[in-house]
Design a protein around this ligand. Sequence first.
Ligand code: GLU
Length: 427
Amino acid sequence: MVLSSQTGVTNEWDSPMFREAVKQFEHVAEVMNLDDNIRERLSVPQRSLIVSFPFRRDAYDTVDTVLGYRVQHLLTMGPTKGGIRYAEDVNLGEVAALAMLMTWKCAIVGLPFGGAKGGVCVNPRELSRSETQRLTRRYTMEIIKFIGPDQDIPAPDMGTNEHTMGWIMDTYSTHVGHAEPGVVTGKPPALGGSVARREATGRGLVSLIPPTAHHLGIKVEGSRVAVHGFGNVGQYAALAASEMGAKVIALADITGAIHNDSGFDIEAVREHVRRTGGVADFPDSDVLEPSMIFELDCDFLIPAAIQGVITEENAPRVKARVILEGANGPTTQKADVILREMDVFIVPDVLANAGGVTASYFEWVQDLQNYFWSESEIVGRLREILNRAFSEVLDISISRKVDLRTACLIKGIRRVESAKLARGVYP
Ligand code: GLU
């Protein structure tokens, strides 16, 4: 039986998020008249690994068994690339959907990678540092045959950070018998991590504000920005936006949401978060009902936390003129249609947050060459790549009269299609 008769019914990856990712892909495949064989091939990931493994809690007698995943969507373009997330509700379908998104993201900005994603079903906030370290090392061992600098290169995602990447690098290197910094990106600089990687997603995202503003005739200076999520992406996006002269008027994280019409001093909020663990109770701010951040009157709304937060339910009440998707998949497809009709301009995740993986690419290249670039080189090249991709997809969107998300996907999928056609089918 061919795959096309099986997908759409049910499959191993079936989950709401995977269905959304495939639906989105199918829609664009239709618009761009994609080769049917390639369409079938790309609608499922190439490799999926599910592991279960134990790790010892700090209470020595307690051993917890957890599930972990690593999915590689496409092996055609080079090694695969994508983050690892630690979250209680992560599942194979979510990881597969995100791996597919990574394929498009890398292709849109022209990186020589296919997409991958990994995850472990665990609440990272409930783990001590030593528990997280043991869990990470054991997970690395479970997927070790799957990863490597020429094969698949993990990076941080939700619930993981540079420490996690450092432990993966150390476990992998110990196992192969020599230091192998190129096996992960987003590492501490002392291990071959790149300067400016941590900030890259947020800063890259904000570097798209000026061209977007220019296209729509919005003045950046004094424009109002709302940011959902104050982790790695949200923090640096807020910081970069305020450095650019915009006013960050609302911030939300899992502790609550805060609002101040004259704009926050982001460094002061970061200091407050370091001390208290979240944005809630920041002085000089009004308390905002967290869900209201999506309905606030502002110029730029930056969802930078989790997927599926802008839905058909709240989309009709969105007042932002632009949504810059810092998170992966923050807008559901039904919401996307509604927002398009409302003329809300969306800079989609596959472009808006591509700064992270682009800086990861720089880090990997530097590790392979053992030659490290200056911060200004990194920041300059990052801005150049993102801005070029933005203007190319804007051209596609104007010439084909499609929204920016469709234009991005056309560009990414076309690149993958050319590579697949050129390689042919083995044997
Ligand atoms: N997890 C990030 C993303 O979703 C970064 C991936 C990477 O740097 O490989 O784009």
